[in-house]
Design a binder for this molecule. Structure first.
Ligand SMILES: Cc1cc2nc3c(=O)[nH]c(=O)nc-3n(C[C@H](O)[C@H](O)[C@H](O)COP(=O)(O)OP(=O)(O)OC[C@H]3O[C@@H](n4cnc5c(N)ncnc54)[C@H](O)[C@@H]3O)c2cc1C
Length: 422
């Protein structure tokens, strides 16, 4: 019997297994084949760093090929640029997440953890003294405690243990490649976030730049199918004038990837002998969609919860595991996590031309207000997320409202008022 079984080798599961395998016999089980983890290029802010295992070198360019220096909140006429050089330190790194996950898996192996690839967990059951999983390879494994880190892929498993499932949306993305000079000339930013109601009412169009490649796509509307998203992405990339200069001369990958993003944290993240990490629990911040932060922080908190319980021969009841929820609330959910909630409500409940005006005004506010730029920079870098003050978000909302044209103010007044209390 293993001490700990982790299902899912995404950022959440791989981080958790790399931490618990230091002190516990650990099985990490992953449905995909080894080395078949999709290529992703993610924004990885400085505040994620303390949750990584100490063996991961934050300066390692094979894992984090570039620093995150500039973000562009791209409006229609305006560009809201945060240039971290203004404040003396980068916003964080850009990660090649598949390489980061490989490095985490190597740590697990070095610590004699067991990893099973290409094995999908099909069934989970609680016994009186353990928890048992069955896989599509016909194998059965038992553990004292189960960590579910399956992202948005295996909701039926968590349901079978009595967990809720979060709301889930499709995202589509594709890669472009080019040499560094051309990329830097086309896109002098590391990340572009753009809202356009003609693309989606539920999320941004984004461009993440890394070494010699960019990764671009959008988060779709509820119910939008992968086929519809593929066709829309083609239309955007071929015809949307606002973004054409970014792609000039770059080579497009023929493949597109459709992935899931879950939102709305489920009410309970622990049950007897089981806890849920990362996106499986809807842990992805509103508006900025910081799934990496949620993955690494929930993994770190889970490992710190499990260690003393193992040492004390716990039965891992939901009561014993409650510390995971309490710490997650204290460190992440009660303050920093709510940073994007008002923006999510405001921007993604506003439609058509009002949304365009709102977004352009936000870009102008970023551009013209040094205090807001500094506050965003600080939010990317702060190491004590539990002390994030939501009054910062409210202050930004008030400034944004004050800057809107009178007609938009009248039409959006009630929404702003509601957003302030989110
Ligand atoms: C297009 C896009 C761009 C994004 N950009 C960013 C960004 O820049 N910064 C950021 O912070 N976040 C970003 N996010 C969010 C972030 O990528 C995710 O929230 C995060 O990767 C979720 O990690 P996870 O480990 O919880 O789940 P996943 O990465 O989904 O991992 C779950 C793993 O579990 C495995 N699995 C599932 N079911 C089973 C089973 N039954 N048996 C065995 N294995 C199983 C899956 O194969 C998978 O490997 C982005 C998301 C998308 C879609």
């Amino acid at each position: 019997m293993f001490d700990v079984i982790v299902i899912g080798a995404g950022i959440a599961g791989a981080t958790c297994a790399s931490k618990v395998s230091k002190f516990a016999s650990t099985l990490l089980i992953e449905a995909k084949e080894e080395g078949n983890i999709p290529m992703t290029t993610n924004v990885f802010p400085e505040h994620n760093c303390p949750f990584l295992p100490e063996e991961i070198n934050w300066q390692d360019k094979s894992l984090f090929p570039s620093s995150h220096i500039k973000t562009n909140f791209l409006g229609y006429k305006e560009e809201g640029i945060i240039n971290s050089e203004e404040f003396g330190a980068p916003l964080g790194n850009i990660s090649h997440t598949e390489k980061l996950i490989e490095a985490l898996l190597q740590i697990i192996e070095n610590q004699d953890g067991t990893i099973k690839y290409g094995e999908k967990v099909s069934h989970v059951s609680r016994k009186s003294d353990s928890i048992q999983i069955d896989t599509n390879q016909g194998n059965t494994y038992s553990g004292k405690v189960l960590v579910i880190a399956t992202g948005s892929h295996s909701f039926q498993l968590q349901k079978s243990l009595g967990f809720e499932v979060p709301e889930s949306y499709n995202a589509i993305l594709t890669h472009f490649y080019g040499d560094e000079d051309l990329l830097n000339e086309n896109i002098p930013y590391d990340y572009i976030y753009h809202i356009n109601p003609n693309i989606s009412n539920k999320g941004p169009f984004f461009i993440n730049k890394s070494k010699e490649r960019i990764y671009t796509g959008y988060l779709g509307n509820k119910g939008e199918t992968p086929e519809q998203m593929n066709q829309k992405l083609e239309r955007i990339l071929n015809n949307y004038q606002r973004i054409q200069p970014f792609f000039k001369g770059l080579k497009r990958d023929s493949k597109t990837i459709v992935a899931k993003v879950s939102k709305n944290v489920i009410k309970r993240l622990v049950k007897d002998r089981a806890l849920v990490l990362g996106e499986a629990g809807g842990l992805c911040t509103d508006f900025f969609y910081e799934g990496m932060l949620c993955g690494v922080s929930s993994a770190d908190i889970a490992s710190k919860t499990i260690k003393p319980l193992l040492e004390n021969n716990s039965n891992f009841t939901s009561y014993d595991l409650e510390n995971y929820e309490l710490e997650l609330k204290r460190i992440l959910l009660n303050n920093y996590f709510k940073n994007g909630t008002a923006s999510e409500y405001l921007f993604y409940n506003t439609k058509g031309s009002s949304l365009k005006t709102l977004w352009d005004t936000y870009a102008r506010l970023v551009n013209t207000n040094e205090r807001l730029r500094r506050e965003i920079w600080e939010a990317y870098r702060m190491q004590d997320l539990e002390n994030y003050q939501l009054s910062r978000t409210r202050w930004a909302g008030e400034r944004l409202f004050a800057m809107l044209p009178t007609l938009t103010k009248l039409s959006l007044g009630t929404k702003f008022f509601r957003a302030l209390f989110k």
